[in-house]
Design a protein around this ligand. Structure first.
Ligand SMILES: Cc1cc2nc3c(=O)[nH]c(=O)nc-3n(C[C@H](O)[C@H](O)[C@H](O)COP(=O)(O)OP(=O)(O)OC[C@H]3O[C@@H](n4cnc5c(N)ncnc54)[C@H](O)[C@@H]3O)c2cc1C
Ligand code: FES
Length: 344
């Protein structure tokens, strides 16, 4: 039995297949919804059901849609399957509308182990296939075992003949272990992308706070390189939180940007500096450093990326410090294990 999905305020109507999620049906019909993990973990796809009811056959993480929010009619569109006709509220993400998501081969051009646990991977794209993407988006790499692992694109689209990824080596991490120990240059891989809604909103003139932990720096690097390339003059501040100095795996680059661009400031924050670091800079949790500096965030736009716990804390605290909810954009780096957690 076919079901009708109506999306407000545009009024677009889509005929859905039985087991399709709202996100899948909308994207297949060319309506670009915002999303992140596509797996019921991050909450980036959350929206209001106006009429109708949904099921969650594969479940979702309670933290992404707390019970109270579900009671208020909110739903995670990436995993909600309507029981019948449904009307939902969602504003289209116009910027990614004309960007095609493709599955492409690529060649590993270079593997640079630039710190004790981060490898920078350069992937060369086929010369016959240009991949259009927005700075900050991510790709899903297909592993040899047939799984998919998400990694953010760390370069900007004006350098589109290759993709740069920053891969943190997780002890026991299937794919990152492979990158660290076995992967060879010139190897051929496949990936699907570009994915996600983490990109610079260029229609705004608000000053920007970027906040990253660990390799959450990767998509922010892409966004900043894009902004510098386009000559965007908005004030931009990067808070980059790591445990100790050895985890700040690319410190020179943002320091150089600060020298070159008067509208950019770099604030590294270490949560557990080691005696040998002789650290004179900021310490503590990175979102707390932002709050120490700003009493009122009502005029700002925030882009947060990295550990889910930081993204969640940043959202909660920044909104309580006046940041409008719609001015917070994030990619939370859920691991495959988080995504496979028992769900509600
Ligand atoms: C949208 C998105 C973008 C991402 N971009 C990046 C990126 O640019 N760079 C990057 O390094 N990661 C990124 N990640 C996280 C990355 O996809 C996961 O860490 C992935 O699970 C790593 O795969 P693996 O096979 O190495 O480890 P897995 O086999 O998936 O995990 C093995 C073990 O390591 C632990 N683990 C894995 N990842 C993490 C983590 N991030 N933090 C704590 N413990 C972990 C797991 O709990 C598990 O115990 C992104 C995630 C998402 C959803
Ligand atoms: S995209 Fe739906 S919860 Fe992450």
């Amino acid at each position: 039995m076919s079901k009708q999905l109506t999306i407000q305020p545009s009024g677009q109507q889509i005929t859905m297949q039985d087991d399709q999620t709202i996100l899948d049906a909308a994207m297949a019909a060319g309506f670009n919804m915002p999303y992140g993990c596509k797996n019921g973990a991050c909450g980036a796809c959350k929206g209001q059901i106006i009429s109708g009811d949904v099921d969650y056959p594969d479940g979702y993480a309670e933290s992404a849609l707390p019970h109270m929010e579900r009671e208020r009619g909110l739903a995670l569109y990436c995993c909600a399957v309507p029981k019948g006709d449904i009307t939902v509220e969602c504003r289209e993400v116009a910027a990614t509308k004309d960007i095609q998501i493709k599955t492409l081969p690529c060649r590993v051009q270079q593997i640079d182990k630039i710190s004790h646990d981060v490898a920078v991977l350069s992937l060369k794209l086929p010369t016959t296939e240009r991949m259009q993407f927005l700075a900050g988006q991510y790709i899903d790499l297909h592993t040899k075992g047939g799984k998919k692992r998400s990694f953010s694109i760390a370069n900007a689209p004006h350098e589109s003949e290759y993709l740069q990824l920053h891969i943190r080596c997780m002890p026991g991490g299937e794919f990152s272990d492979y990158v660290w120990n076995e992967m060879k240059e010139r190897e051929i891989m496949r990936f699907t992308g570009p994915l996600g809604s983490f990109f610079l909103r260029e229609d705004s003139d608000r000053p920007i706070i970027f906040i990253a932990t660990g390799t959450g720096f990767a998509p922010i690097k892409g966004i900043l390189e894009h902004a510098f390339n386009k000559g965007i003059q908005r004030e931009m501040i990067l808070y980059w939180g790591c445990r100790s100095l050895q985890d700040l795996y690319m410190p020179q680059l943002p320091s150089d940007w600060q020298q070159q661009h008067p509208n950019f400031t770099f604030i590294p924050v270490l949560s557990d500096p080691q005696p040998e670091d002789q650290w004179q800079g900021r310490t503590g949790l990175v979102h707390e450093a932002v709050m120490d500096d700003f009493n009122n965030l009502s005029g700002w736009q925030v882009y947060a990326c990295g550990a889910p716990v930081m993204v969640e804390a940043a959202y909660t605290h920044f909104v309580s410090h006046g940041l409008p909810e719609g001015e917070f954009f994030s990619d939370a780096f859920f691991s495959s294990k988080d995504l496979g957690k028992p769900k509600a």
